[in-house]
Design a protein around this ligand. Structure first.
Ligand code: ADP
Ligand code: ASP
Ligand code: MG
Length: 411
């Protein structure tokens, strides 16, 4: 008999019929003798609908009140799923984050889980109940409702699995595992049987939204066995593992991630003196704007051009700050660009292979795609390109690194 935490995402609980299908699935595991804790997201589209409502009142809703509201989506699905389970004869009970007690810090909209009191859940499991927990939400030490950031139900699932020392955390979604790249963009993408935590963490942080970054971090930190599976199709899914397989057999690249969430800011003709990077980025970071990639070039006239990327939501704010910095330090001009995208290749196999970056650049050059910025780490290479070439770039790289499914096998 195992203790399993099963998380079902928005599309998997997107209608009453689907919720009943989830209940039937959970019942099967129960009938096998397993103890089950289920974590659910809001019905698909619901969190966006709620955020939209708030935005009709204010562009920047008060974070505390926004959390009070967006957390309601999950409250609906826990109750519906508990009812559906009870209807098919499975004793079940629903819990909000506060009722479990999932303690978080007070950072509304991106709260971190600090601790979970799992006694209530344990007691219910011992009494033979299935416990249904609202994902994405917690409570701070003042009793305020908090939320964990978009996609945060994954993190609830993994954190509960860690707290309960579950045998496995299963993330059920609308694809049958983690693919070499988003299967909705590249038809030839292939499901991976396994991927390391390290690679999954890079993939998630570079834009693959199949798992929330914090969920992967948590699972790695607490060694929670984690698997991504399709909600309604049988199959082995993808296991996120600690160990790297023999690097001789390891493909060089495990996956390709991409995102359209960034924007580029450039300050040109900056007098090149010591401390200039700090003068440019200091005010940006004081405004809590996170910087991702950075490039600095020195020109022959002792001035420098400095380019960096920020989240698109921070673009306007970043642009204004940079314009005021430019006036202060006597820079020539400030240029912004929101039509960019970042494409990254990820793989632990890079450690043991040379020439990976140049192979990437060659594949992009063949498609006439200009690279605007580059950044590398031990197991990834990222480039910024013009957004309109994003899908072409991902497909070209997928082929160049021999990730395409053999003809006839793609879904
Ligand atoms: P859920 O609502 O179940 O949490 P998400 O939409 O958050 O589901 O995540 C699943 C989606 O992630 C898939 O529909 C797929 O389009 C997308 N995705 C992006 N990158 C990948 C990848 N490498 N492998 C699988 N799915 C991916
Ligand atoms: N409902 C939340 C969201 O849409 C949390 C989740 O689905 O994981 O972001
Ligand atoms: Mg998700």
């Amino acid at each position: 008999m195992a203790l399993i935490v099963q998380k079902f995402g928005g599309t998997s609980v997107g209608s009453v019929e689907r919720i009943e299908q989830v209940a039937a699935k959970v019942k099967k595991f129960r009938d096998n003798g397993d103890d089950i804790v289920v974590v659910v997201s809001a019905m698909s589209g619901e969190t966006n609908r709620l955020i939209d409502l708030a935005r009709q009142i204010s562009d920047q809703p008060v974070p505390r009140e926004l959390d009070v509201m967006v957390s309601t989506g999950e409250q609906v699905t826990i109750a519906l799923l508990a009812m559906a389970l009870i209807k098919v004869g499975v004793p079940a009970v629903s819990y909000t984050g506060n009722q479990v007690r999932i303690h978080t810090d007070s950072a509304h909209g991106k709260a971190r889980i600090l601790q979970i009191d799992a006694q209530n859940i344990r007691r219910d499991l011992e009494a033979g109940r299935v416990v249904v927990v609202a994902g994405f939400q917690g409570v701070d030490d003042q009793g305020n409702i908090t939320t964990l950031g978009r996609g945060g139900s994954d993190t609830t699932g993994v954190a509960l699995a860690a707290a309960l020392k579950a045998d496995e955390c299963q993330i059920y979604t609308d694809v049958d595992g983690v693919y070499t790249t988003d299967p909705r963009v590249v038809a030839k993408a292939q499901r991976l049987d396994r991927i390391t935590f390290e690679e999954m963490l890079e993939m998630a942080s570079l834009g693959s939204k199949v798992l929330q970054i914090r969920a992967v971090e948590f699972a790695g930190k607490y060694s929670v066995p984690l698997r991504v599976l399709h909600s309604f199709q049988e199959g082995p899914g993808t296991l996120i593992t600690l160990d790297e397989e023999d690097s001789m057999e390891q493909p060089i690249i495990s996956g390709i991630a991409f995102n359209r969430d960034e924007a580029k800011l450039t300050i040109r003709g900056v007098p090149d003196t010591p401390g200039v990077a700090f003068k440019i980025l200091g005010p940006i970071s004081s405004a809590n704007v996170e910087v991702d990639m950075i490039v600095q070039n020195v020109a022959h006239d002792n001035t420098t051009d400095f380019t960096f990327t920020v989240h698109r939501n921070d673009y306007q704010n970043g642009l204004q700050i940079l314009e005021s910095t430019a006036r202060e330090i006597g820079a020539r001009e400030v240029i912004g660009d929101t039509d960019i995208a970042k494409v990254s290749i990820v793989g632990v196999g890079m450690r043991s292979h040379a020439g990976v970056a140049s192979r990437m650049f060659e594949a992009l050059a063949k498609e006439n795609i200009n690279i605007q910025m580059i950044s590398t780490s031990e197991i990834k290479v990222s480039v910024v390109i013009e957004e309109k070439y994003l899908e072409l770039a991902v497909r070209a790289l997928h082929t160049a690194f021999e990730l395409d499914a053999p003809a006839g096998t793609a879904e």
